[in-house]
Design a protein around this ligand. Sequence first.
Ligand code: ARG
Length: 463
Amino acid sequence: MNPKDAKSWQARMSKAAHALTVSFVESISFDRRLWRHDIAGSLAHAEMLASVGLLTRKELRRIRAGFASIERDIESGTFRFDPAQEDIHMVLEAALIERIGEPGKKLHTARSRNDQIALDLRLYIRDAIDREILPGLRNLEKALIAMAEGETETVMPAYTHMQRAQPISLAAYLLAYVEQFDRDRQRFLDARKRVDVCPLGAGAVAGTTLPIDRRAVARMLGFAAVAGNSIDASSDRDFCVEFASCCALAMTHLTRLAEDWILYATQEFGFLRIDDAFCTGSSMMPQKRNPDLLELIRGKTGRAVGALNGLLTLLKGLPLAYNRDLQEDKIHVFAAHDTLTACLEVAAAIAGNSRFDRRRLEAATRYGFLDATGLAEYLVGKGLPFRQAHQVVGRLVAECERTGRELADLPIQTLQAACDRIRPDVYRYLGARNVLARYRSEGSAGPASVRRQIAAWRKRLGR
Ligand code: ARG
């Protein structure tokens, strides 16, 4: 075997690893994307080793220079992620030793790949949350708020059980999604607190007999805290589960929006027109304009939900502490991260490039008795107990259905025959627009409430 291909742990073995062993245990094919975080962790570790006297200043300088040259090569695409080395940690360490010799061999002092990978993953997830997911969610929220701003007076049917329910402002409907995505943002911020804990110094499982300074490393890497127990720190992946869980729930919210909009873009509904640039055609049917992007958001959710399940299954029954099973964690974390990041961007783009058809929306409020609840509440205003009011209106709706009319079409005599408390002012309560204008409870779906909601979001999120 070429000594360059030798594993760092080779000395203990009587022979070289079988080709199957090499190919089966490697993770460099997928963990190479952790290179930046692995180098950042190594630099902080080296800095600390020098400060406690385990490295000389000169050795530290050589290590820094070595990583700088590795970084340059990775960025320019000339670096070879040697598949003979198992994982990103070994690849980078081997490259460092190759470039700077002896000082490189000291870098792994008081460190194990077990605490190293736990560190890399935490750094990776923290960045993913800060740089992509939080901005992505905020961006989508803003796109929906911008849409809502122009639609406060647009009336549409709200559905429950997919049956016409009550009239709402289109803006209220859009802001319902903003609420969901904002909760997702809060959830990521909360999960981030438990990501933001430094495991380095836990070593393989028990810590080290060497005089390291864990707090210094944590400070250099911007961590809020140092993990309290080396056994837990080297084997804890709760932060991955939480991250995947946040991703899966955000994806679930995206599927609800996708499903709504796929439906709204059908000829049957005709509520929504997605810009041509965000539709796809058919290879066979010339007329098609398909909402494939939304369908893919719905479909890709399987990856994020799968990632969450994958991680939970990975941890279930896993004995303390580090076990190689954990290497698989990255597959799931990356899948959840990639899926959510891409889908957030696409959803925001679609929101920015779709138009609701106000006439179709309003037309859909003309039929289906969206004002029935409003009429019952009118009767409550006239002193009738709600249960009775509900029955009066129920009978009127049944009568309308028999004769093909809407409540507002009924003559005053018919209405008064159903309930003598009804006065001619009732016609100012009937019809979707009248109902919409009368919503007054906090958070209700009428224009006044919606304008307050938009102002509150603008204050929180800015323009
Ligand atoms: N590639 C490994 C992982 O992702 C790094 C830790 C390996 N540790 C070990 N003792 N084999 O988990």
